[in-house]
Design a protein around this ligand. Sequence first.
Ligand code: TPP
Length: 293
Amino acid sequence: MEVFAAGEIPGFLHVSVGQEAAPVGLCAHLRDDDYIGTTHRGHGYAIAKGIDLKRAMAELFGKKQGFCMGRSGSMHLADMTKGIMGANGIVGGGIPIVTGAGFAARYRGTDQVAVATFGDGAANQGTFHESLNIASVMNLPVLFICENNGWAEFSSIRTHSKIEDIANRAAAYGIPGIITENDVLEIHDAVGEAVVRARNGGGPTLIEVKCDRWHGHYVGDAQKYRNRENIEAAMGKDCIKNFERLLLARKILTKREIDGIEEEIRSELAEAVDFARSCPFPDPSEMMDGLYA
Ligand SMILES: Cc1ncc(C[n+]2csc(CCOP(=O)(O)OP(=O)(O)O)c2C)c(N)n1
């Protein structure tokens, strides 16, 4: 957010602050050869799936050393070596792509799984319904993870859906629909079961995570449509701090160890930003490289 606000990252940036539990709880179960496809708010998943931070940051900066040679920026960040099929700027656009990856895994007879993550707004797209249906009837190894943060851009879920629980839509396709809180261990448990089911031929699962978007839809969004109480309530629920408290209470980590981890993360991020700054932009003469005609 700081680097974007300083004007160093072009385009739009959608951060997932407040929504860290789902990427961590999910990706702990995934192998490098499992597939994931995310949304415009997908950086957390890319990091949790193991993307190299330096090249990811270079991509956000639009630099040549980025994973997509500076072509994708934030919203189509991909790294196929880690099964990261891409963020997607088209709301609901990643869901059928991931469903196709699930079909490919089944067709090749592997035990890979494919995971589509998306928001509550995307659950109204035709792609969501078509993908759940075909994944269900073909018993595909696909997980559908809906991060319901209560907002689709500037619209509250109350204005775009008559039901509160997106997970209920699973019933229409005869697959399990699970609801979790924004709690890393709860998500880890739910995903664990769904991944085992998918790898063993048991078909898809829809998991809805009830979470909160701390900030605006994009960095710089003044959030005139949202009142102070709603924002403060969201920020009052911190899935990282909650997990820290649990680790301390169970004496798994000390405060000092937690501080050490935070320091490590801070310096890893600083290194990534320095790397991105030092990289050149792609040369205009390379503009047509990588295009199909
Ligand atoms: C097909 C399509 N329609 C509209 C938009 C504009 N748009 C961008 S993000 C967004 C809302 C997405 O909300 P949600 O799926 O809940 O994800 P969140 O932003 O909450 O993570 C919309 C409508 C778009 N990018 N693509």
